[in-house]
Design a protein. Sequence first.
Length: 233
Amino acid sequence: MQTDNVGASSFPVTPEQRAFPTKISPATCAGLAISLFAMVAIRQLFVFFVPETTFISALLKEALIWVSALALIVIVRRGEHLSLRSIGIGTARWWKSILWGFIIAIVSALVVGGLAAVTHYGHGPGSAAFEKLPLWLITAIVFRAGVVEELFYRGYSIERLRLVGLGRFWSVAIPLVIFSLGHWSGGAANILIALAAGLILTGFYLWRRDLVANMIGHGLVDFVANVLPALFS
């Protein structure tokens, strides 16, 4: 497939990306497999073998997800020989990333909070099991979600699907659908909330191409939803 280069006004393309080989490398294929399907596969394994979340199963799942994220970074640096800017990391000054991260968190919290209230999400057995975990582990999980899910479903997958020849619509839609359906274990309400949050995060990423801001915003909104209530209870 030919690389589909477009102008910066429609989809930002870095000099590194313009030099990306027209032939899809095995490293990029592996990277796309990890970014799109690793978290879904890990979640499914634990839903099948450990239906009820426990302290040990949560720790093991988190370890596997972090290993997947590390493997993806190694693929970018060693397999594709690209910098992290090629996936939206290091594209903005740190203070701008923090500022936009807070803006993303506020927008996401308003939308997600409204949907959670309407759908009564967060009162099922899955949520009860999650809330029984130690607070430090819950905090680690929500910030991991912010970092790894943005790395997988925004930074890497959108950029690489675009570069291997998919149009803008499919390079955005495929990760968004997988990200949303990957929350199926929380029921239809969780899928809807994930879709709404994913649309906001994807929109900000396409606009700013600042993955660090996305990570901060995602992590903050999850922190407010899952950790603050426990701190004040």
